[in-house]
Write a protein that binds this ligand. Structure first.
Ligand code: HEC
Ligand code: HEC
Length: 452
């Protein structure tokens, strides 16, 4: 493994100097962000555009190395509800992630096998197929990687994985189900266990609500008061700066000024600019998953809204995407809360019976460039090709701190904090396809094809 083998040079040049050197990159940033309007925020865009950012996708994304199958999902379903995954056979994943509580547990901080209070609140599991890093602090890189954490965590299920595998292997039903789910590799092992549970979790797609019918064109599906709430959410209150996309999260990490000394993402990345930052939770089925936030400190939706108005602890790491000095009238606050409630279905929620899966392979063609710009939480362009050993410049034209990373067997890279205006130089030491992403805004993805 080559660690930092690309030879990292950080140019601490202000953007305009970088622009003089790398004119091409800046020109791209100005002209090259076609979907800026979807980010809504304070920019006023028309209602149709703002609605479109929240439209339900028809398909559920699955990674190429763990494609969807019904057999895998059925196995994952059984595992998710199986108490044998815990040390004393007392709790399953579903004990903490309960469908009736929006796949959370209804308490500020739950407890695991040894009866100790957990350090953080149990999050909902709806719509994680669209998420990136897992956990409030993003310490697991995928659903597959996440699985071993709760099983082995001494505060949660407290059982070494080999013991779980041994227990399951003794059950002929599991022997058969694993063989059916993994016909090419019919083993009960940690890898297949993780793949099955991850497949089940990707199927936890929240049900359609009135809000979806409204987005799809049924103007009567929401009341005028609720529409006013949507207008505030995507306008004055700037909630959609972070709660965007159909699941109402951009999967990035922000400090929203909650009290406490949990450093969250900052401790994982070892970047102080990301201290007190936590993953943006989705807001679908929100009414069922109280209490809220990584510490379970907020009890109601209205209290959550009031936090953004008056509860924000001011500190240097506070997200620039937060609204400044937000003041809502009582009527406005009520509209915003009424709108948020439309994201919860009327009936007891069920994941869909049928999953229409799509592979998350890269589709846009690769362009040959030597510099890439970052702007509005995205790389421009997003798919490039370069020669092995050639330099690639990454120019931060954004107003936010980024953290450029590659995590690959052939090449590991970590830029540390990349402030606005800073340029990073990367050299890929090996051929192949690499994913470059931001550790703080993981949906910022750049695919790099390195040719000989
Ligand atoms: C004892 C309660 C408990 C049990 C049992 C449990 N979890 Fe969790 N789960 C949590 C807590 C608490 C967190 C948040 C921890 C953190 O972020 O530091 C979490 C986080 C997660 C996340 C990350 C969600 C996100 O938005 O990033 C996933 C996925 C998950 N759990 C799946 C599982 C699976 C699968 C199992 C069974 C193998 C399981 N959990 C068992 C309490 C539990
Ligand atoms: C800067 C990005 C950002 C903005 C803007 C933002 N949020 Fe959040 N939101 C977050 C993050 C991050 C969390 C989780 C914070 C934590 O637990 O530490 C969160 C949590 C929440 C939660 C709790 C969800 C749960 O399941 O725990 C609600 C509700 C919420 N936000 C609503 C809103 C509303 C309403 C607005 C607009 C007034 C808004 N947010 C604006 C980033 C943002």
């Amino acid at each position: 493994m080559l660690s930092g083998g690309g030879g990292l040079t950080r140019l601490l040049a202000p953007a305009f100097v970088a622009g003089a050197v790398l004119g091409g990159a800046l020109a791209f940033a100005v002209t090259g962000s076609p979907d800026k309007s979807a980010a809504a925020g304070p920019r006023k865009s028309d209602l149709a555009t703002r609605k479109a950012a929240f439209r339900r996708p028809a398909q559920v994304p699955f990674p190429a190395d763990n494609p969807y199958s019904e057999k895998k999902r059925a196995l994952g379903d059984k595992l998710f509800h199986d108490r044998r995954l815990s040390l004393d056979d007392s709790i399953s994943c579903a004990s903490c992630h309960d469908r009736n509580n929006g796949y959370a547990d209804g308490v500020a901080k739950g407890q695991g096998v040894p009866g100790r209070k957990l350090a953080r609140h149990t999050p909902t599991l709806w719509n994680l197929a669209w998420s990136r890093q897992m956990f409030w602090d993003g310490r697991a890189r995928s659903l597959e990687e996440q699985v071993s954490f709760p099983i082995e965590n001494p505060d949660e299920m407290a059982q070494p994985l080999p013991d779980v595998i041994a227990k399951l292997s003794a059950d002929p039903k599991y022997v058969r189900m694993f063989a059916e789910a993994f016909p090419d590799d019919p083993h009960i092992d940690a890898v297949n266990l993780a793949k099955a549970l991850a497949t089940y979790e990707r199927g936890l797609v929240s049900p359609e609500t009135r809000f979806d019918r409204w987005v799809d064109g049924d103007a009567q599906a929401l009341t005028p008061n609720e529409v006013k709430g949507f207008d505030l959410f995507t306008g004055k209150a700037q909630c959609s700066n972070c709660h965007t996309g159909w699941a109402f999260t951009d999967s990035a990490f922000y400090d929203i000024g909650l009290k406490g000394d949990d450093r969250g993402r900052g401790a994982v990345l070892r970047i102080s600019q990301a201290n007190y930052s936590f993953k943006v939770p989705g807001l679908r089925e929100l009414s069922r998953s109280a209490p809220y936030m990584h510490d379970g400190s907020i009890k109601t939706i209205e209290e959550a809204v009031r936090h953004y108005e008056a509860g924000v602890v001011k500190r240097p790491t506070l997200a620039s995407d937060l609204p400044h000095d937000l003041k809502l009238t009582d009527t406005e606050r009520a509209s915003l809360v009424a709108f948020l409630k439309t994201l919860t279905g009327d009936e007891k929620p069920k994941p869909p019976e049928k999953i229409v899966a799509v592979s998350t392979a890269v589709t846009s063609p690769a362009v040959a460039v030597s510099s890439v710009a970052q702007d509005d939480k995205a790389f421009h362009p997003r798919h490039v090709k370069i020669k092995r050993g050639a330099r690639l410049w990454i120019v931060n034209n954004d107003s936010r701190t980024h953290n450029v990373r590659v995590f690959d067997e052939k090449f590991e890279f970590d830029s540390g904090a990349q402030e606005p205006g800073e340029t990073i130089e990367m050299t890929f030491p090996a051929t192949g396809s690499f994913l470059v992403f931001c550790g703080i805004h993981p949906k910022m993805e750049l695919f790099v094809d390195v040719k000989p």
